[in-house]
Write a protein that binds this ligand. Structure first.
Ligand SMILES: NC(=O)C1=CN([C@@H]2O[C@H](COP(=O)(O)OP(=O)(O)OC[C@H]3O[C@@H](n4cnc5c(N)ncnc54)[C@H](O)[C@@H]3O)[C@@H](O)[C@H]2O)[C@H](O)CC1
Ligand SMILES: [K+]
Length: 521
C-alpha cells in the first residue's frame, strides 16, 4: 500500500476513484458531509473565531459549491458570522438542497459579492475538478474582485479557475492563500503555472480505501509525490559503525574552467555536504588551490587545456573506472568535448550536468547514452532540456516531457524547475512537493550536482552493477528533496533574496539533522 501523501491524480482518475466509492454504496451526500466536516475543522484550527469572526463563502453550482455550503453551515453552528454568495442561480440537486437549508437557518445569503468585502476570511468553493471551460463574464469579474481584496482566501480542492491537470488558468482564477486539496493530490498542484495561485497547499484526507486507489492508479502508481519518508529512505544512512572512507563512496567530479571557476567549487562543496567519503575534483591546474579547504586534484599544466581554460582531455593515466560515480559538467565550457566523450565511454555510473549536457547535445546524444553499460543521470534545466531533447518539450507538462526523455534516452532525467520532476526510463515519475523561488539563482544547480553525485557514490559503493540504477534513482529523489528543503530553511532565515549559494550550503547539514530528528519515533 502506498501512503496517501505520495499519490497524485488527474481529474479523470479522481472521478473514477470517486465513482467507485459511490458504486460501492457510499452515498454522495455522506461523502460531501464527511469532507466538509474535515475542511471545517481545518479552518477552525487555522483561523480562530476570535481573530476571524466573519467568514465569506463563495459557492459555485457543482459539488465544490456543495462542499462550500456544508462548510458554511458548520462554521455557522460553531459560532462564526457566515455570509454566503453564489453567483450562479442554478445548482446541482445536492448543492441546491444545501442552499435551501442555509437560507432556512437564516445565514446571510448575499445578492452581490460586495456584501463579503469586510469578511476576515473567504472560502472559495466556486469550482473544483469539474471546471470545464474558461470562467467568463460576471463570475470572472467577481474572481478578479476577490483577488484585489486583502483577506486570506482558502480554496476548496483547487483555486477556482485552475485546470486540475495542467494547472493552467482557464479565463481567470482565484489567488488563494491556502489550497485544501481533497482526498488525493491533484496534478495541477505541481505545475509552474499554478504555483503563484495555490498559496500553501494541504491535503484533506477523507479515508479513500486503498483498494479503490489501486484499482485506478495501479499497485505502484506511475506518478508519485516525494515525501520526507521516501527521501529519508534513499539517504546513505545509517553508516556501519566500522566503515572507513573508501567504503562510503569516491566521487570524481570533472568541472570548472578558467572562465567558470565558481561552478567547480560549488559542486565540490555540494559533494562535501553529501558526506561522501572521497571527492576527487578534476579541475584545471589553475583552480587547484581551492579556498575553503576542499581537497582537489588539479591536473598538472601538461594536461591540454581548452581556450576557456577547461581540461581538454583527462590524462590517460587516470583510471576513471576506479571511482564509484563520475559527475561531469559544471563550468566546463563548451570546448571540453573530448573530456565529456571519455566519461560517457567509461562504464561507470555517470551524472551529466550543465556543459556536460550542452556538449552531449552537440554529439549524437541518444545513441551515445544508449550504448552506456552503466546508468546515467541527467540534470537539465528547461534550456538544456530543449537543446538535448529537441521536440520532446511538446507534451503538456514537465512530467510528461521528463518521462518521454527518460524513455528515449534510457537515462534518469531530473528536469529542474520551480518544482523539479524526476523520471526513470521504466516510466516512473516523481514530483517535488515544495521548494522556494530563493533557489532561482546561479550556483544552486552546481551545488545540486555535487550533492547528487556524492549521494550516488555512497549508494553505489560496494553494490553489484545491477543495483547501480536504483542507487542513482534514490540519490536523485533524496538529493532533490534535501536541496529544496535546505533552500526553504535558508529562505526562512535569510529571505528569498538572501539565499546565495554559500548560504544554501550552510543550511544543508542542519536541514538533514532536523529532518532525521523528525523521523525519530
Ligand atoms: N474528490 C472527491 O471525491 C469529492 C469531491 N467533491 C467535490 O466535488 C467537486 C467536483 O464537483 P463537480 O460537481 O463535478 O464539479 P465542480 O463543482 O467543480 O463544478 C462543476 C459545475 O460547474 C459548471 N461549470 C464548469 N465550468 C464552468 C464555468 N467556467 N463557468 C460556469 N459554470 C461552469 C459545470 O457545468 C458544473 O455544473 C470537487 O472538486 C470537490 O470539491 C465532493 O464533495 C466530495 C468528494
Ligand atoms: K475551489
Amino acid at each position: 500500500m502506498v501512503p496517501i501523501q505520495q499519490c497524485v491524480v488527474t481529474a479523470e482518475q479522481m472521478r473514477q476513484i470517486e465513482g467507485r466509492l459511490f458504486a460501492a454504496g457510499m452515498p454522495v451526500a455522506a461523502l460531501m458531509e464527511k469532507v466538509a466536516q474535515r475542511i471545517t475543522t481545518w479552518l477552525e484550527d487555522h483561523f480562530d473565531l476570535r481573530i476571524y469572526p466573519r467568514i465569506g463563502v463563495v459557492a459555485g453550482p457543482g459539488h465544490n459549491g456543495g462542499d462550500a455550503l456544508v462548510v458554511a453551515r458548520e462554521l455557522h453552528s460553531r459560532g462564526y458570522d457566515v455570509r454566503v454568495y453564489a453567483p450562479l442561480a442554478k445548482f446541482k440537486d445536492l448543492t441546491q438542497a444545501h442552499a435551501e437549508y442555509i437560507k432556512h437557518l437564516g445565514i446571510l445569503w448575499a445578492e452581490s459579492l460586495a456584501a463579503l468585502a469586510d469578511c476576515d476570511l473567504l472560502v472559495d468553493g466556486l469550482f473544483g475538478f469539474g471546471l470545464e471551460r474558461p470562467i467568463e463574464g460576471a463570475i470572472a469579474t467577481d474572481v478578479e474582485q476577490i483577488n484585489q481584496w486583502s483577506q486570506p482566501v482558502v480554496s476548496i480542492d483547487l483555486p477556482s479557475g485552475l485546470h486540475t491537470d495542467s494547472g493552467n488558468v482557464l479565463g481567470t482564477a482565484i489567488r488563494a492563500s491556502h489550497t485544501l486539496c481533497l482526498g488525493l493530490w491533484k496534478r495541477g498542484c505541481f505545475q509552474d503555472s499554478a504555483l503563484p495561485l495555490l498559496g500553501r497547499v494541504h491535503l484533506i484526507d477523507f479515508d479513500i480505501p486503498w483498494s479503490d486507489i489501486e484499482a485506478v492508479l495501479g499497485q505502484r502508481p506511475q506518478v508519485g509525490r516525494i515525501t520526507a519518508a521516501i527521501a529519508r529512505e534513499g539517504l546513505p544512512l545509517p553508516r556501519l559503525a566500522n566503515t572507513h572512507k573508501y567504503r562510503v563512496g569516491h566521487l570524481l567530479l570533472v568541472a570548472g574552467s578558467q572562465t567558470y571557476s565558481g561552478a567547480a567549487l560549488l559542486a565540490g562543496l555540494g559533494a562535501r555536504a553529501s558526506g561522501v567519503g572521497m571527492v576527487t575534483l578534476a579541475v584545471p591546474a589553475s583552480l587547484k588551490a581551492s579556498p575553503d579547504g576542499l581537497p582537489t586534484r588539479g591536473l598538472d599544466d601538461s594536461v591540454p587545456r581548452t581556450p576557456d581554460g577547461a581540461i581538454a582531455q583527462l590524462p590517460d593515466s587516470m583510471d576513471l573506472e576506479s571511482y564509484d560515480v563520475i559527475a561531469c559538467g559544471p563550468g566546463l565550457s563548451l570546448a571540453a568535448n573530448a573530456c565529456v566523450q571519455r566519461v560517457i565511454a567509461t562504464p561507470s555510473p555517470l551524472l551529466l550536468d550543465a556543459d556536460g549536457l550542452n556538449i552531449l547535445a552537440t554529439l549524437t546524444p541518444i545513441p551515445a547514452l544508449k550504448q552506456r553499460s552503466a546508468p546515467t543521470l541527467l540534470t537539465p534545466h528547461p534550456g538544456e532540456f530543449k537543446r538535448l531533447f529537441k521536440g520532446l518539450e511538446a507534451p503538456d507538462w514537465p512530467g510528461s516531457q521528463a518521462q518521454a526523455a527518460a524513455h528515449y534516452s534510457q537515462a534518469i532525467v531530473v528536469l529542474k524547475g520551480a518544482r523539479t520532476v524526476i523520471a526513470h526510463p521504466r516510466g516512473h515519475l516523481w514530483l517535488t512537493p515544495d521548494s522556494t523561488p530563493a533557489l532561482a539563482r546561479g550556483g544552486s544547480g552546481d551545488i545540486l550536482t555535487g550533492l547528487l553525485g556524492g549521494l550516488a557514490a555512497q549508494k553505489v559503493v560496494g553494490g553489484a552493477a545491477a543495483s547501480h540504477d536504483l542507487a542513482l534513482m534514490n540519490a536523485a529523489l533524496s538529493g532533490v528533496w534535501w536541496h529544496a528543503q535546505a533552500g526553504r530553511a535558508a529562505a526562512a532565515v535569510h529571505s528569498e533574496l538572501g539565499v546565495d549559494p554559500l548560504t544554501l550550503l550552510h543550511h544543508l547539514t542542519p536541514t538533514l539533522v532536523r529532518e532525521m530528528a523528525d523521523a525519530q519515533p
